[in-house]
Design a protein around this ligand. Structure first.
Ligand SMILES: [Zn+2]
Length: 712
């Protein structure tokens, strides 16, 4: 796994208890524009009916969200007041068709909030989060509506529903129950309060992380402080300084494309430490952006809500809907992987320490030394240097590689669409066409870090596909990343990690683009959500695909075979660390969400205890510490961060099918598309997977890929 942060928000995926986006009741004072000025209130009149970003202004969101809520309320009322007896069509299917306008507006709003925010949008999010939370509760706790749903549900055996309809019905019923439909009035009231409070806290948490990430700067004025940095990294720092108005200096930040190369190459141990500490102290500095109190409250409120709904813990509540089903299964799975991983990480630490000793360093390996000595050891052992790879991974070439792959597998074509309205000039839009030229959807890609953008990489949508009177409304998928910027002398040259992330997010986007179902609602088990994304990672460095795209950005020369061999040989290098820092974060997530007594928990003390209990070595820090763990405190991954490696069992096994038949095998790709990607979220994934693979997934391919040996 990479150092990159994959915050796959999958906006709009049914997340029971939304609450992924929140706000505080800070007033946003604006004169509402008349609806006639508001682009959300009229047909867009744009090509492909894309959102008219050139017309959308901050002040348009609130009236549009309010209107969306009103319309959905009316749609729900119409279902409730239907004089006919409840049927699948007039209740379940009708419910599935509500809220289209609201979703259209909020998809744009949430996407911008993550990818291109500003103070006004942040304030708006704080205002609208409780509104949206209350709106969701109004529907989920509407008794008359629930009675109709239950009436259909109780007769489900006799309704002759097909499997997609049955899945929709069962999930609708279950979501009502999970949202509190069976509670008494007093409990319902408390539930509403909890949801509202959580909606605010999680917005606040994410805003704090962004503020902390932007707050730190390491400004270098003395060239002696460059020691060890490759010219490309120096150029990047000069470019960052120039953009920040610090012409002639060099600027490093704790945005991933800046900090990682510094940690890999800088000989200045004290500066590495400074940058590293700034990174891991985000949200833990005792100032106005401190997140410890937010963590404490979020955990306590989630726990209270779980209890209210009849679950032991928040993890029990969440996992009921996942493949893993319960915390014991997840914990046992993580524990099984942890022991061999820890052993591997310890031997890696020892190797790094002996390198330090050989050089007469005279100090003990610290977390801020790990990247530096790892790079050194990689050069020594494999004669491979991360920065030697970058020239072959120009961003445009990597994009070409992915397009080529999608052409080979699925026959897709990508046609750039310049001139469409954009929310930022750096965004690129492509029309995705089937092999016969028919329109599949649009893909927006936004590649580089900005102060207005959250860290990490994710995929979402401005619109998901659905059917309206038999006609498919095509999706607008998005990919947002924080990749290395171009400099004055060179285009954007990606690290191997960034290339992998690109393939990963592209896989999510493909799932959005291919999605086919009669109904708008999908219910994806959270721990299978990384299957479409992670399977794409397997192709990234296959020699046959590298031959299609990995060309030197200056000479145009194909990546030398010898370099490809070195990559192949060093595949398992540093896997103890990579798997380790990820597993630790997953274990921390589970520990938080299975905590029974949440009163007065000391956030740092708790974190420390969890680390000690599993015997983590001090040279490794969890991939995310609690105070900036956006996935679980501001995204949809609470009690779900383990999902990456759980899904990896599936994607590693699924990729074996391609290896058996040839990695570009069209028939296997078609089967994967038809059985898994198109109907993703319309049936249990276990069933879909078996239809594709003819068997349940095996864990062995994952273990092999990560070089782990498990003793039974
Ligand atoms: Zn992902």
């Amino acid at each position: 796994m990479k150092h990159c942060i994959r915050l796959t928000l999958l906006l709009g995926l049914a997340v029971a208890f939304g609450g992924s986006f929140l706000s505080s009741p800070a007033a946003v004072q604006q004169t509402p524009p008349s609806p006639s000025d508001n682009p959300f209130f009229k047909p867009y009149q744009t090509p492909f009916n894309v959102p008219p970003f050139h017309l959308i202004r901050n002040e348009h969101f609130l009236p549009a969200i309010e209107e969306g809520i009103k319309r959905e309320e009316a749609e729900v009322e119409a279902i409730v007041n239907n004089p006919g007896p409840p049927t699948f069509e007039n209740t379940i299917a009708a419910l599935d068709r509500t809220g289209i306008f609201l979703q259209e507006v909020t998809s744009v709003f949430f996407s911008l909030q993550s990818a291109h925010t500003n103070k006004e949008l942040q304030a708006l999010a704080r205002k609208t989060a409780p509104m949206l939370s209350a709106h969701r509760d109004n529907i989920a706790l509407n008794e008359k509506l629930f009675r109709r749903v239950m009436a259909v549900y109780d007769r489900r055996e006799s309704l002759k529903l097909d499997r997609e309809q049955l899945f929709l019905l069962e999930n609708a019923y279950r979501d009502f129950v999970r949202s509190g439909a069976l509670l008494d009035e007093k409990q319902k009231l408390r539930l509403r309060e909890l949801n509202e409070e959580l909606s605010l806290l999680t917005v606040k948490f994410g805003d704090n992380v962004l503020a902390e990430t932007n707050a730190f700067r390491l400004i270098i004025e003395d060239q002696a402080d460059w020691a060890g940095l490759p010219p490309s990294v120096v150029a990047m720092a000069a470019e960052s300084a120039r953009r920040a108005g610090l012409e002639g200096k060099w600027l490093f930040t704790i945005h991933v494309p800046s900090i990682i190369p510094f940690l890999q190459y800088s000989e200045k141990r004290d500066l590495r430490e400074k940058l590293f500490r700034a990174y891991i102290m985000k949200g833990d500095n005792g100032d106005e952006n401190d997140n410890k109190e937010n963590v404490r409250k979020i955990i306590a409120l989630r726990q209270e809500r779980a209890k209210l709904l009849g679950y032991d813990t928040h993890a029990h509540f969440v996992l009921e809907k996942n493949m893993a089903r319960n915390p014991d299964t997840v914990n046992a799975f993580l524990a099984k992987l942890w022991d061999p991983t820890l052993a591997k990480a310890k031997s890696e630490a020892a190797a790094l320490q002996s390198m330090i000793d050989r050089e007469g360093g005279g100090f003990k390996l610290a977390p801020w030394d790990w990247w530096y000595y790892t790079e050194k050891l990689r050069r020594q052992k494999y004669a491979l240097d991360d920065s030697a790879l970058r020239p072959y991974f120009k961003l445009d070439n990597a994009r070409h590689g992915i397009f080529t792959l999608c052409g080979k597998l699925y026959g897709l074509k990508f046609v750039e669409q310049p001139g469409l309205p954009l929310y930022h000039p750096e965004v690129q839009v492509f029309e995705v066409q089937e092999g016969d030229g028919s329109h599949l959807g649009l893909l927006y890609m936004d590649f580089h870090p900005r102060e207005s953008k959250r860290g990490g990489a994710w995929s979402g949508s401005f619109r998901r596909s659905y059917y309206e009177q038999g006609k498919r409304i095509p999706p607008l998928a998005t990919i947002v990343c924080n990749f290395t910027r171009p400099t004055a002398d060179a285009p954007s040259l990606l690290s191997a990690d960034e290339v992998t992330t690109f393939f990963h997010e592209f896989g999510h986007a493909l799932a959005t683009l291919f999605s086919q179902s009669r109904y708008r609602s999908r219910s994806v088990a959270r721990d299978s959500v990384e299957l479409p994304s992670q399977i794409m990672e397997h192709w990234a460095f296959e020699p046959e695909l590298l031959a299609e795209y990995a060309r030197h950005y200056e000479s145009g020369e194909l990546i030398p075979e010898e370099l490809v061999e070195k990559m192949e040989k060093s595949k398992l290098f540093n896997q103890g660390f990579i798997t380790g820092e990820y597993l630790v974060a997953s274990i921390l997530d589970m520990a938080w969400h299975t905590l029974l007594s949440t009163s007065d928990v000391d956030v740092n003390g708790f974190e420390k205890k969890v680390m000690n209990d599993i015997g983590l070595i001090p040279e490794i820090v969890p991939r995310y510490r609690s105070t900036y763990f956006n996935h679980i405190f501001s995204g949809g991954y609470a009690a779900g961060y383990y999902a990456y490696i759980w899904s990896e069992v599936l994607d590693s096994d699924a990729y074996e099918a391609f290896k058996e038949k040839g990695i570009f095998d069209r028939a296997t790709a078609l089967s994967f598309r038809k059985n898994v990607l198109e109907p993703f979220g319309t049936e249990d994934i276990e069933v879909q997977y078996r239809r594709f693979r003819g068997a349940d997934p095996k864990i062995e391919p994952l273990l092999r890929n990560r070089g782990l040996e498990i003793k039974n």
